[in-house]
Write a new protein. Structure first.
Ligand SMILES: Cc1cc2nc3c(=O)[nH]c(=O)nc-3n(C[C@H](O)[C@H](O)[C@H](O)COP(=O)(O)OP(=O)(O)OC[C@H]3O[C@@H](n4cnc5c(N)ncnc54)[C@H](O)[C@@H]3O)c2cc1C
Length: 361
């Protein structure tokens, strides 16, 4: 039987058999054996000691917006990061925002925008917490968090102490960092420092945003940071990708597949399969001499349209890349839809689509 019970251990509240589904935006998945919410760094150390005493694996949970929990749940310890606080320091011509890993990400963006600090305005409306932003180097609408992260503070499970990283040491790449590749699971991020531009101009690199502000830009005017923040949120809402958005399209983990990076020969193979010119296939060159394809385009060409349903799992009616929980979906149903899409795309185009959300259990 699932139950939730508070067992005090010093200041740390330990709950047992807590269902994880409500802690994720996809809202699927079973229970975890121990659930510990940590509000400061001392509690992080206590929680680690507890997991070690129990001889159980440990998983760090932020806002649960890039997470798919299995129906069996997790026989281990979940550390839910609830470390709050935003402090700011001025350093010559920049502002450094020191943010607790448990702060809601959109609230951090709003804090910056309202004070005229540029650098994160295009990342408005991304769900999750500040601590999750360096993990997969979140990016959207022409900005990437790698551009503004000045430092990350974390507990190192190997050395048993707190360590600090500058941006270069985070090894950022497309949806990648030290924290989700070579050192995956090693660090518990407690604080992130963002370097922002006071009285800075908003970034308007993305076509959707340039279109949105066309009249203003044509008249030689610049939108404000707040106007860009609002525009990004409104574009995200239309695509069903806004943090906290309701309805079944809102029960997702965002983009479920990464855009695949492949050798040029794959582009020609796809063109051959579909009897079209390579110019008709959306693709972008990468710095490594390969090309990036649109996962959404491949999925649509493989016959999976927006609104497609398989049991209680489905594809968002507004965004092909978002797999959704149509209501009471199990993780098994999400996996079945994922596998069906991956298999078809692989067979037709020889491209292996990689899952973006982290899987637990
Ligand atoms: C509707 C929707 C839209 C989205 N749009 C975008 C987008 O535009 N761009 C984008 O890049 N992403 C997007 N995402 C994905 C997601 O919001 C981001 O990856 C987000 O940063 C995840 O943060 P989180 O706190 O929810 O992390 P969680 O989902 O809780 O965790 C994700 C991973 O990070 C690890 N982690 C989290 N916090 C910490 C910490 N403090 N220390 C160590 N490890 C940690 C977890 O262990 C896990 O491995 C979207 C998701 C949704 C649901």
């Amino acid at each position: 039987m699932l139950y939730s019970q508070a067992v005090p251990l010093s200041s740390l509240k330990i709950q047992e058999q807590v269902l994880l589904a409500p802690y994720t935006t996809l809202q699927v998945g079973g229970a975890v054996r121990y659930f510990l919410e940590v509000v400061n760094e001392a509690q992080v150390e206590e929680a680690v000691a507890f997991a070690r005493e129990q001889n159980l694996p440990l998983f760090v949970l932020g806002g649960g917006s890039n997470l798919l929990v299995s129906d069996a749940g997790f026989d281990g310890v979940v550390l839910h990061i609830a470390i709050h606080g935003i402090k700011e320091h001025r350093e010559s011509n920049v502002v450094l925002l020191e943010v607790g890993a448990g702060e809601n990400w959109n609230a951090v963006v709003l804090y910056a925008v309202e004070r005229g600090y540029a650098g994160v305005e295009c990342l408005a409306g991304i769900p999750g917490n500040a601590g999750g932003t360096p993990v997969q180097n979140v990016g959207a609408y022409g900005q990437e968090i790698a551009e503004t992260i000045a430092g990350v503070r974390a507990y190192d499970l190997e050395s048993g102490g707190f360590v600090e990283f500058d941006s270069a040491e985070c090894h950022f790449g497309y949806r990648r960092s030290l924290f989700n590749t070579e050192a995956c699971g090693r660090y518990i991020i407690t604080k992130v420092v963002y370097q922002l531009q006071p009285e800075g101009e908003p970034a308007l690199r993305y076509a959707d945003l340039q279109r949105h502000f066309k009249d203003k830009l044509d008249a030689g005017a610049q939108p404000s940071l707040r106007q860009v923040y609002d525009a990004v949120r409104s574009i995200r809402e239309q695509k069903g990708m806004l943090a906290g958005q309701g309805g079944s399209d809102g029960r997702s983990a965002g983009s479920f597949f990464k855009n695949p990076v492949v050798p040029h020969s794959v582009l020609e193979k796809i063109a051959g399969t579909l009897s079209i010119d390579t110019n008709g296939i959306p693709h972008w060159p990468t710095t490594e001499g390969q090309i990036k394809l649109s996962a959404a385009w491949l999925i649509e060409k493989a016959g999976f349209a927006r609104g497609f349903a398989l049991g209680s799992a489905g594809i968002s009616s507004r965004h092909t890349l978002a797999l959704i929980n149509r209501g009471n979906a199990t993780a098994a149903e999400i996996f079945a839809l994922r596998d069906a899409i991956q298999d078809k795309v692989k067979v037709l185009f020889g491209v292996q689509l990689e899952q973006e959300p982290v899987q637990l259990g």
